[in-house]
Design a binder for this molecule. Sequence first.
Ligand code: GLU
Length: 275
Amino acid sequence: MITRFAPSPTGPLHLGHAYSALCANDLVREMGGQFLLRIEDTDSTRCKPEFTDGIFEDLSWLGLNWPSPRIQSEHYPTYWQAIDQLDAMGLIFPCSCPRREVEATGLGLGPDGPIYPGTCCNKSLKDARPADALRLNLRKAQALLPQVLQYEETGDGTQKTCRFITHDITPQIGAPVLRRRETGDPAYHLACVVDDAVQQVTHVVRGADVAPLTPIHLVLQALLELPTPVYYHHPLITDETGKRLAKISQSKAIATYRAQGVSALEMRRMVGLDM
Ligand code: GLU
């Protein structure tokens, strides 16, 4: 069993992150296996090295350890190889539409943001300008995909098979961005799917907020012929008022509790985990 914790260094880690990392670590502690750390720092406008340092400090303080972490910003060529593979299948198109234009088409909001109307889908990579986004032509990909994609969802001692019909998800997802507009950074879905395979992750432990995006990951795994791990989308930690903790909420940062003298064991209890 191989699990991973894959934070984005866009702010200090909070209690929700502590819960997620501890859940991933507990799973391998119980079953035997390896816990890995991956720094998802592909958003060059928001990620900062000091937040990466903070992640190492917080997780060590929590008592976790991991072999050499995978830093996504050091592996861009690997992600471009995956794009080339998808392009060879005729599934990539460049897109110059700004987000507000996509929003203005009024197709609504899907799990991956405003639903893309397909404006640029007939362009090919030859037409790409450096600032263009690269999108996956999901409508076209449908023909190459199994009609039903499925994965195993595990968690508190239960395991169930989740299925979805590719035709049904396409209209809600649109055409996922795989390389971001302007910055040219790889997008989360692409880097995450490639790295879960590179790191041979068998069990992805992450928050329930990411579950609606998992179909995109299954589509990419099917197209790139990568294995699909087992998923555990854990419940989210909320504050006293039931509101989800955002990374920006400094008051709930792990570092703040640490500075106040809270111990790692107390933090385990705070997030509802037994010793
Ligand atoms: N970097 C993502 C986040 O912090 C990770 C999601 C995942 O575990 O796949 O939300």
